[in-house]
Design a protein around this ligand. Structure first.
Ligand code: FNR
Length: 392
């Protein structure tokens, strides 16, 4: 009995109840103890309420894909090269005809007032300071027009196709009028399992976090009939179809990208439909839990769509070397999701700009050490799997 009692006490609880802890107010300076972009992830835990942090950090369900995204980067090594002249080096690129000084965009992330009272407005200001393109979410906590006014000229709008095409069209026209330069249609989130991490932390969306862009539109009716599946006859009845996407492509002269692509056949089909580019994404591990890491699917998708077709990748990028690896595997550019929110929570616009600067500096250092003067050179760079015999 005695030993059984001891071992029972030694068992850790299934999950730790978060102790109530008041989050710190955002700083108006860059903290001295941030040495790399990922440091913001650790610091953010003191600046974001614990349930909200669990919601942001978590993936869907058991976090299998969330972990896989990071593991895929760890499984590749970059082979350094010597005596290469990179003194003319730069990180410039052109994406969809738009010049960019570096290949790092900010991914659409909903409800950023969870992390900072000025939310997306400060994110847009921080991105502008680093000339980074912001992809603004349909579910932002500030209206897309306000975000456009606050940020720089490099902005794309992420569109969730609405069950009512008139609402979709209105969102599209508003984005066009506000000067967004591309539309990113996210297709992988019609069904999302909740994050177990967020559920266990007791997360509920606070009343001040609402989808500002959707205010004033009628709320769609998605309830299934009696005895029907809430998934098949509920959520999926309202989900976008191929016809919806084809219709959207006819409504705008802006380039339309699709986000959430993981299968090479889907990539080819979307390319054939006239989609201008793809974001290889599993929603940062928040869509199908068990989906593969984005980095693992990238080479097959690049092979399917060929060179010259715009491919972006997101999911698990935490450093400049991760960006290098994504480009080496076939991406033209990358998008940063959670890190932007973490940096935002710690130091607002300054934090976002600083995080982007750290990533860019790391990318440049990595390029120099790998003998790459341009992003095109990275595509030829040598990556080897961590655990296999090198073939170079
Ligand atoms: C997201 N993501 C997302 N994607 C999208 O298309 N529209 C959205 O509104 C959101 N909202 C959102 C909220 C939160 C809290 C997170 C963490 C993510 C997914 C996002 O664009 C991106 O795909 C991932 O975040 C990339 O992975 P990392 O960089 O967070 O690892």
């Amino acid at each position: 009995m005695e030993s059984a009692g001891r071992s029972l006490r030694a068992v850790r609880p299934l999950f730790e109840m978060n102790e109530p802890q008041t989050p710190l107010s955002p700083l108006s300076h860059i903290p001295a103890n941030v040495f790399c972009a990922q440091d913001y992830e650790f610091l953010a835990q003191r600046f974001i309420a614990a349930p909200s942090f669990a919601y942001i950090a978590g993936g869907s369900a058991h976090d299998v894909t969330l972990a896989a995204n990071r593991e895929a980067f760890a499984e590749l090594s970059i082979v350094p090269r010597l005596l290469r002249d990179v003194t003319h080096g730069h990180t410039r690129l052109e994406l969809l005809g738009q010049p960019m000084p570096h290949p790092v965009l900010l991914a659409p992330v909903a409800f950023q007032t969870l992390a900072h009272p000025r939310g997306e407005l400060d994110t847009a200001r921080g991105a502008a300071a680093m000339e980074a393109c912001v992809v603004s979410s349909t579910l932002s906590s500030y209206p897309l027009e306000d975000i456009a006014r606050t940020g720089g000229p490099a902005r794309w709008f992420q569109l969730y196709l609405q069950p009512d095409r008139e609402i979709t069209l209105d969102l599209l026209r508003r984005a066009e009028a506000a000067g967004y330069r591309a539309i990113v249609v996210t297709l992988d989130a019609a069904v999302q399992r909740p994050s177990l991490r967020a559920l266990r932390a007791g997360f509920q969306m606070p009343p001040h976090c609402t989808p500002a862009n959707l205010q004033g539109y009628p709320v769609p009716e998605a309830a299934p009939g009696a005895g029907q599946s809430p998934v098949f006859q509920g959520l999926m009845r309202a989900a976008p179809t191929q016809d919806d996407l084809a219709w959207l492509l006819e409504q705008t002269i802006l380039p339309v990208l699709v986000k959430g692509v993981l299968h090479p056949d889907d990539a080819r089909a979307l390319q054939t439909m006239g989609v201008a580019g793809l974001v290889i994404s599993n929603h940062g591990g928040r869509a199908l839990d068990g989906a593969p890491a984005t980095l693992r699917m990238l080479p097959a998708i690049r092979a399917a769509v060929g060179d010259g077709y715009p491919l972006l990748l997101d999911g698990g990028i935490r450093s400049g070397t991760d960006i290098f690896k994504a480009i080496a595997q076939g991406a033209d550019a990358v998008m940063i999701g959670r890190l932007q929110v973490y940096a935002l929570s710690v130091a607002g616009a300054l934090g976002v700009a600083h995080m982007l600067r750290l990533l860019r500096e790391e990318l440049e250092a990595c390029m120099a050490m790998a003998g790459c003067a341009t992003l095109a050179d990275i595509r030829q760079a040598s990556l080897i799997p961590q655990r296999e015999e090198p073939s170079c």
